[in-house]
Write a protein that binds this ligand. Structure first.
Ligand code: PMP
Ligand code: GLN
Length: 382
């Protein structure tokens, strides 16, 4: 028997797995793959244990536990001023990864074009390709990594089915402004183009600037799948619970895919997260300050290094320019950094189709302060 030709010939093991593995083998401090090295709130962990003991261990409803969908709807209204229907417009998924895939699979057909902005999170393109679509890569503009709206306008044609946006943006930390959303609305107004908005870092936006969810924008919300993840919000990336908010007609199509992708998501965790959202909203309200302290600490410690940087505007990632240290391409520089400095980072060129004329790597600062101090001390020596 011959294995059929790969449906994803360009895809290998993700850079996150590769770098984390190299970091573990070398005993390096792992600031590569994005995950906290501390636990989620004690209240949340206790509520999960409570629900497991109570016997909430069978399938959840396909669309998600009603209490969690209600809590998501309440949060959406209080933060973004949008009243949404928990029954028809909110679907709980097994992480944002599943929601992104289901949104794409529910609307992208053979020959459709989907616009993504490079550097783009790595799960978008495989989902587009597996559904017969083609990813059209538009580069964001360094150093601020803003969208070139003229280029976006030019890229749109009758094949354009969807535009994927991600704010706060992984890996650059760039955030979209309210003006950016208005410009996007102007660009798509006369078309049937849909938006997929990856907002997994919605609660990690800094310097007092509120996150500009598409759910704040009437026109855009009416044509958008908005995806988020509790992995980021509750420091529980391993629990893989996310969700998608979309108008009823889009949610109905989304659910047809979700129903056969995973059917439903882990029951006791959903119940505990509903309690957490309702009873401890201060957790997500205080998250920007929590991570801003870590960003500021890491940046302060790195002042004495040869890396140069602008403080990140959102996410728990900080880009740093290493051109004063090395001429190596970023992937090789990251391997060198593990060996020479004992710290792992993520090269960002791997998230772009076209070669990037930058020398930037991404550090994850979702770590205990002592880990950040130890990493910065090593990085300041090179
Ligand atoms: N989108 C972005 C931009 C991410 O950074 C991540 C995870 N780090 C995801 C989606 C996937 O989220 P989840 O772990 O909930 O699947
Ligand atoms: N999204 C995480 C990051 O950016 C990693 C997720 C994964 O490992 N697939 O580092």
């Amino acid at each position: 028997m011959h294995c059929p030709p790969s449906k994803l010939p360009k895809v290998g093991t993700t850079i996150f797995t590769v770098m984390s593995q190299l970091a573990n083998e070398a005993g390096a401090i792992n600031l590569s793959q994005g995950f906290p090295d501390f636990d989620g709130p004690a209240f949340l962990r206790k509520r999960v244990a409570h629900y497991i003991e109570q016997g909430a261990n069978q399938y959840a409803p396909m669309t998600g536990m009603p209490t969690l969908r209600e809590a998501i709807a309440a949060k959406t209204e209080s933060l973004y001023g949008r009243k949404i229907c928990a029954d028809a417009e909110v679907t709980v998924t097994s992480g944002a990864t599943e929601a992104l895939f289901a949104a794409i699979a529910s609307v992208v057909r053979d020959g459709d074009e989907v616009i993504v902005f490079d550097p783009a999170y790595d799960s978008y393109e495989p989902a587009i390709e597996l559904n017969g679509g083609r990813a059209i890569h538009l580069p964001l503009c360094p150093p601020s990594f803003c969208i070139d709206f003229d280029q976006l306008t030019d890229a749109i044609n009758e094949k354009t089915r969807m535009i994927v946006i991600n704010s706060p943006h992984n890996p650059t930390g760039a955030v979209l402004s309210a003006d950016d959303l208005n410009t996007i609305a102007d660009i798509v107004r006369e078309s049937d183009i849909l938006l997929l908005s990856d907002e997994v870092y919605e609660h990690i936006a800094f310097d007092g600037k509120p996150h500009q969810s598409l759910l704040r924008h009437d026109e855009l919300a009416a044509r958008s799948f908005v995806v988020s993840s509790f992995g980021k919000t509750f420091h529980t990336t391993g629990w893989k619970v996310g969700y998608c908010v979309a108008p009823a007609a889009l949610s109905a199509e989304f659910r047809k895919v979700h129903q056969y992708l995973t059917f439903s998501t882990v029951t006791p965790v959903q119940l505990a997260m509903a309690d957490m959202l309702e009873q401890q909203p201060e957790h997500y309200l205080e998250l920007p300050a929590f991570y801003q302290q870590k960003r500021d600490l890491f940046c302060e410690l790195m002042q004495d290094s040869r890396f140069s940087f602008e403080k990140t505007s959102g996410t728990y990632f900080q880009l740093m320019d290493y051109s004063a240290i090395s001429d190596l391409p970023d992937t090789e520089f990251c391997r060198w950094l593990i060996k020479e400095a004992g710290v792992a980072a993520i090269p960002i060129s791997v998230f772009s189709e076209a070669p990037m004329d930058t020398k930037l790597v991404r550090f994850c600062f979702a770590k205990g302060d002592d880990t950040l101090r130890a990493a910065a001390e090593k990085l300041c020596k090179i």
